[in-house]
Design a protein around this ligand. Structure first.
Ligand code: ADP
Ligand code: ADP
Length: 225
């Protein structure tokens, strides 16, 4: 049901070809890491899936429907950013419920859904705090709840752990992994860290110079025993 497929997707910025006719079928309900050096086209690929960047060519299918030209909120995807981008003057609960407010969902419903998401990421006790009163890891969990409240079929994560200290980074890997399993949706996670990809991914997609160089189970991609 959550089949995500890139069909010869290209992204050009002027004369720069950032993504060059990339095709890939992401496994449903699995954790995929998009791995590669800086500038190889990972973020552009993710942003095109999210709809934050238009495709220059090709198409993106989700559940066999072409979503390439739909607005981000209508795609069935949600994106979690590196720098959380929480609203500083809104409480944790209001941050999480924000997209529902934009959609016109009434206050009672918003509160209930936000509470459910906060429970999911273990933040119930902090619902009334402001973002500045949270640790980096907690802010990140708010950002996760905020993305997940839209009930996406695919969650897109752009270097979500890079702003965290090494200890927290390792702990958040486990949390992300567990969350993906619990929800049974697809996660597509961009990283330039090989160890991160190995620790998280069911499948690793290696990009280099705007194309996919290799894709497969983590063990195959790295020839691990
Ligand atoms: P990565 O996420 O792997 O670091 P990006 O997708 O961000 O790679 O970038 C791929 C290429 O596209 C790079 O050469 C980058 O400079 C270029 N690029 C990315 N975004 C833009 C943009 N908005 N305008 C022009 N060039 C861009
Ligand atoms: P990072 O290397 O941290 O992943 P990105 O490549 O995602 O950073 O770029 C961050 C922002 O800068 C994005 O909005 C992207 O579109 C823009 N950007 C990246 N490369 C260029 C470029 N060569 N020219 C213009 N904008 C760019």
């Amino acid at each position: 049901i959550q089949d995500l497929e890139l069909v010869s997707v290209t992204k050009r910025y002027g004369t720069t070809v950032a993504v060059d006719a990339v095709s890939h079928h992401f496994r449903p309900a699995s954790y995929t890491c998009l791995l590669g050096p800086s500038g190889c086209g990972k973020s552009s690929t993710l942003r095109m899936i999210a709809g934050h960047e238009s495709v220059s060519d090709g198409s993106i299918l989700l559940a066999h429907r072409d979503i390439s030209h739909l607005p981000p909120a209508k795609r069935g995807t949600a994106m979690m950013f590196q720098n959380y981008a929480l609203f500083p003057h809104l409480s944790v609960a209001d941050n999480v419920a924000f997209s529902l407010k934009m959609k016109g969902v009434d206050a009672t419903d918003r509160r209930a859904k936000a509470a459910e998401m906060l429970d999911l990421v273990d933040l119930t006790a902090l619902a009334d705090r402001l973002p500045a009163q949270l640790s980096g890891g907690q802010q990140q969990r708010v950002a996760l709840a905020r993305a997940l409240i839209t009930r996406p079929q695919v969650l897109l994560l752009d270097e979500p752990l890079s702003a965290l200290d090494p200890f927290l980074r390792v702990r958040m890997r486990t949390e992300l992994r567990n969350l993906q399993k619990e929800l049974g949706i697809s996660f597509v996670h961009v990283t330039h860290g090989q160890d991160e990809a190995l620790a998280l991914a069911d499948e690793i997609v290696v990009m280099n110079n705007a194309v996919i160089e290799q894709a497969g189970p983590a063990r195959e991609v790295f020839n691990a025993p």
